[in-house]
Design a protein around this ligand. Structure first.
Ligand SMILES: [Ca+2]
Ligand SMILES: [Ca+2]
Length: 523
């Protein structure tokens, strides 16, 4: 959790210079580069960040709302499964202007809802109205989006606690994220620009295009540990866990908009309400993610969605948003069928409801292409580096047959870094992924290092497709021999993108990132 423990505050110097990850990690967050990203309507708390927010349906005469993380609640972190509602509160914070200047104090009288289960939110009702806040301070609340965030979309994270903004994009969604006793679902994974740190908890995730709040920043993996406090792990469907040191995450907030009644009040009994309910008050519906899909216009599709409820004798009802044109879901069976009519990429969210109104949800992408899209074969040029350099673009000495590192196949490979001083190597190639194709990137990666730490990523390899980070590795992943790595690039179908490997070494102790036998395979 990215809460600041109050007792450590005295030792901190607020401001950009203090922004960095855990000791020894790489440089400070990049400075804001986008004009639209500001600190406006954020609220600084004593241990966290927060924001002045409104529902899409809020009106000026409604009491204003303040959003932060559940784990920032002044009464202590809610336990796993715990839901707090309508508690008296005197929480106060400082409203900031666009550049982080203090405008005045806002005070809550009620904690409307808080939980750290499935998402990590605390929503407070303030003592003043939206209209009064605008009159006093000239500030409009940020609107909570009523739709699921979109993969790869540009966003920013304004932290009132640090008066600092992080800019990056959404890098996919984690079906299950676990941290200590807490489990989150459909978590938002950030691209490499958002290495948020302690004190940024509760910052809104703001979509750069719409200006709406599409999530809430809450946690990141501090030191590479697996599923412990401050070290969340990603959990596969089969229970396998993965920890990515330095990776930060946010949680869902559009769920609030699924639980509002006609009086703009949170009602957890509303059918389709996605917010966590108190224990014993409802079933859990689990929906299996079918993975990213590829389809062709004019070719019928049949995809069975599978789901279950923890309750017995439940009848499930299926619905979906963001389906490709021409497809529909059978409400009774969960079968998605029809014939796609339009070349498009889209993100589908399936919601499944049981008889009690409990719901579960899952999201995945579709790439719909035209017939004859050529969804077969391998698309990278010179994939094993045996034919000179082109069409790769590489920094000096990267593509080599040096005996210092063995190739995986043939005699040449791409050897990034390995200098033992501050150094950056890059390797890139432009590639076109036809619309409607499933695309899988594979490559063999060997990492060796002179670093001896078991906890700190000093030297890093980033794998990017366009501006989206699809994988990161470091000296912590060092091992003898090559390991084949895989990334699903289906969501890039229909575009020409640059595949880029970037290896960054710190000032001492070499780490070599050795790549060979790459492939981008269509199917
Ligand atoms: Ca080779
Ligand atoms: Ca090093």
């Amino acid at each position: 959790m990215f809460r600041r423990i109050a007792s450590t505050l005295g030792a901190l110097v607020l401001g950009a210079a203090a922004i960095s990850g855990p000791a020894g990690s790489a440089a400070a967050a990049p400075a804001p580069t986008l004009q639209a990203a500001t600190l406006t309507a954020t609220i600084a708390l004593n241990n966290c960040s927060a924001a002045l927010v409104r529902y899409p349906t809020s009106v000026d005469t409604d009491r204003a709302l303040m959003l932060t993380n559940g784990h920032c609640y002044e009464g202590g972190m809610p336990g796993a499964g715990v839901v707090l509602q309508n508690r008296s509160s005197t929480r106060s914070g400082t409203l900031l202007n666009s550049s982080g200047g203090s405008l005045g104090t806002l005070r809550a009288d009620t904690l409307l809802y808080a939980t750290m289960t499935n998402t990590d939110v605390a929503l407070y009702r303030l003592t003043t109205t939206f209209g009064a806040v605008r009159s006093s301070y000239g500030v409009d609340a940020l609107t909570i989006s009523d739709t699921h965030p979109v993969d790869a979309s540009s966003m920013f994270i304004p932290s009132s606690y640090w008066k600092q903004i992080w800019n990056c994009s959404i890098n996919g969604f984690v079906p299950t994220l676990r941290e200590d006793a807490w489990t989150f679902h459909d978590s938002i994974r950030y691209s490499s620009g958002c290495n948020t740190t302690h004190g940024t908890s509760g910052s809104p995730i703001v979509d750069l295009n719409s200006g709406k709040v599409v999530g809430i920043n809450n946690t990141g993996n501090d030191n590479g540990q697996m599923c412990t406090l401050n070290n969340p792990c990603e959990v596969d469907a089969d229970g396998t866990t993965h920890a990515y040191q330095g990776q930060s995450y946010g949680q869902q907030v559009y769920w609030f908009t699924t639980c509002l009644n006609s009086a703009n009040t949170i009602d957890l009994s509303i059918a389709g309400c996605l917010l966590t309910r108190p224990p014993g008050s409802g079933n859990t519906v689990t929906v299996t993610n079918p993975g990213n899909q590829a389809a062709t216009t004019g070719v019928p599709v049949s995809l069975q969605i599978r789901a279950s409820s923890s309750g017995s004798g439940q009848t499930l009802t299926y619905s979906a948003t963001g389906l490709p044109a021409g497809l529909s879901i059978n409400a009774g069976s969960g079968l998605i069928s029809g014939t796609p009519t339009t070349v498009q990429n889209t993100t589908t969210t399936v919601t499944v409801k049981d008889t009690t109104g409990a719901t579960g949800t899952t999201s995945f992408s579709w790439a719909v292409g035209a017939p004859g899209g050529g969804c077969s074969g391998q698309k990278l040029g010179n994939p094993g580096f045996e034919s000179g350099t082109a069409p790769w673009t590489a920094s000096s000495g990267v593509i080599s047959n040096s005996s210092g590192q063995a190739a995986h196949g043939g005699s040449y490979k791409a050897w990034l870094d390995g200098y033992g001083r501050s150094h950056t190597d890059t390797l890139s190639q432009s590639v076109t992924i036809p619309a409607g194709c499933r695309a899988t990137l594979t490559y063999w990666l060997h990492i060796d290092t002179a670093e001896t730490t078991t906890s700190t990523a000093y030297d890093k390899l980033t794998v990017q497709v366009g501006s989206t980070t699809v994988a990161t590795y470091s000296n912590l992943n060092a091992a003898s021999g090559y390991v084949q790595r895989t990334a699903d690039l289906t969501s890039f179908a229909g575009s020409t993108v640059t595949l880029k490997f970037t290896g960054v070494e710190d000032a001492s102790a070499q780490t070599s990132f050795v790549i060979d036998d790459t492939a981008l395979t269509l199917s």
